[in-house]
Design a binder for this molecule. Structure first.
Ligand code: SF4
Length: 440
């Protein structure tokens, strides 16, 4: 039995007390339902994992759902299951059906009614699997999918197709086959550990895998893709961070989609990682009604910088079956980038990317800043809409003799400065003149 499977699925720790206290706008559910959970349990990631909300009946105890809604959602969960950690549930405003946190976690009937649109495996990951669980699409990178278990099932997940298989973790034998593939392919220098969510595995099991990857000399960096800092930050504890610090360079990519997800607990988790030498980047997904405005993206990315997490990618939501209701037109993403670039620090502007279907890879998209281009000049538009000419140096065109005027001080200082450019030049005029004409 693997470590993740050992987690008891009991729900008995939850103490429901819906009559207790009127909720605030945020963390309302924590106040209403989990107030009696002692901090020792609330801060224990295994408690959250054991007490995930996995049925519509349980969900209805926390979020108002009509009988009809419950019936619809029960149908949805037969195809696309439900799993929400108490922590993430506590971020939902239960009284707002359009709440952006809720949209990421709570199933929608549209997952079924629009379910025929899109593809089951848009990124063709199955086709690119070199051995079971290891995707080798690009020459120097490989992706290890260690499990299909996630603490929360995000409604926009690209790997939604895997949810039906009931939760698996790669066996030691399967992982050894992946490691052997890595050992035999000397061109792989970057290994991405993904899932599901790989931090679902115990720290001990993860260490076993990471240490073996580190023994492979040609593997330069390890990347971990995880949403735990967002949906269950308690998992990022000292034990995990101390272990990760031994096997660097490790980069961690996480998945904040909305500024309200950046809670003190999430910030602490990211801080622990950073202090352990693990840089944290964010890959968000553009979602209708969640984060599809310039205002929300600005707030998200600026808030990420405040906790020293770099906004890395903003993904167009993949064309996955069961997610069409959350997808936005590509133009939305381009307009958002246009509304951010130049209006805030470049560090806060992620790269907007479409991950092409059928395994075509990532394509960055951005607003049109090049309006026209001739052989020697570009017409560029800046973030304010002003148009500028920009001379384009071209090494293929013969260099013209140009007259450069150098204003005093003339003399040896000018000669030395021009010589340092590496260009040949001749100067005219007396060495002590105020102005020297130089032909380069
Ligand atoms: S954490 Fe990632 S892999 Fe897991 S359900 Fe969410 S989007 Fe999918």
């Amino acid at each position: 039995m693997n470590e993740a499977d050992k987690e008891p699925p009991g729900k008995s720790d939850i103490i429901l007390n819906p009559e207790e206290e009127p909720p605030g706008k945020t963390a309302a559910i924590r106040h209403r339902y989990f107030e009696h959970i002692p901090d020792s349990l609330w801060n224990d990631w295994k408690w959250h994992f054991r007490n995930r909300i996995t049925t519509v009946g349980q969900l209805a105890k926390f979020i108002p759902l009509s009988t009809e809604e419950q019936a619809h959602l029960s149908l949805v969960t037969m195809r696309y299951p439900l799993s929400i950690t108490p922590y993430y549930l506590s971020l939902i405003d239960p009284d707002d059906p359009g709440d952006p946190i809720r949209k990421q976690a709570v199933p929608s009937a549209l997952e079924i009614t629009m379910g025929a649109i899109g593809l089951e495996d848009p990124l063709a990951e199955k086709e690119d699997s070199a051995v079971p669980g290891l995707v080798h699409r690009y020459p120097d990178r490989a992706l290890m999918v260690l499990t299909d278990i996630c603490p929360m099932l995000c409604r926009h997940c690209t790997r939604k197709r895997e949810w039906r298989h009931g939760g698996w973790v790669r066996t030691d034998g399967e992982i050894e086959v992946m490691l052997e593939y890595l050992r035999r392919n000397g061109n792989i220098r970057d290994v991405i550990i993904s899932g599901g969510d790989p931090l679902t595995l115990s720290t001990r099991r993860l260490e076993n895998i990471l240490s073996k990857i580190r023994e492979i000399r040609h593997i330069e960096i390890i990347r971990i893709g995880t949403r735990f800092p967002v949906v269950l930050p308690q998992r990022v504890d000292e034990e995990l961070c101390s272990m990760l610090s031994k096997y660097g360079p490790i980069w961690l990519n996480t998945h904040f989609n909305h500024p309200r997800e950046i809670t003190p607990q999430a910030a602490e988790a990211c801080d622990r990682l950073l202090r352990s030498g693990v840089p944290v980047n964010n890959q968000s997904v553009l979602l209708r009604g969640v984060n599809d405005t310039v205002e929300t993206q600005l707030k998200l990315c600026q808030s990420l910088l405040k906790i020293k997490v770099r906004p890395y990618y903003l993904f167009q939501c993949d064309e996955v079956q069961g997610t069409e209701h959350l997808r936005t037109p590509v133009e939305t993403g381009i307009k958002i980038i246009e509304g951010m670039r130049g209006h805030t620090s470049g560090l806060a502007v992620p790269t907007f990317v479409v991950d092409l279907s059928h395994g075509g890879g990532k394509v960055p998209l951005q607003p049109k800043y090049v309006l026209a281009q001739t052989e020697g000049e570009l017409l560029l538009r800046n973030y304010e809409g002003h148009v500028f000419r920009y001379r384009n140096p071209d090494s293929r065109r013969p260099q013209k003799k140009e007259v450069v005027e150098v204003v005093s001080p003339a003399g040896d200082a000018v000669d030395r400065a021009l010589a340092s450019t590496g260009l040949s030049f001749e100067s005219q005029g007396a060495k002590d003149a105020d102005r020297v004409v130089v032909r380069s």
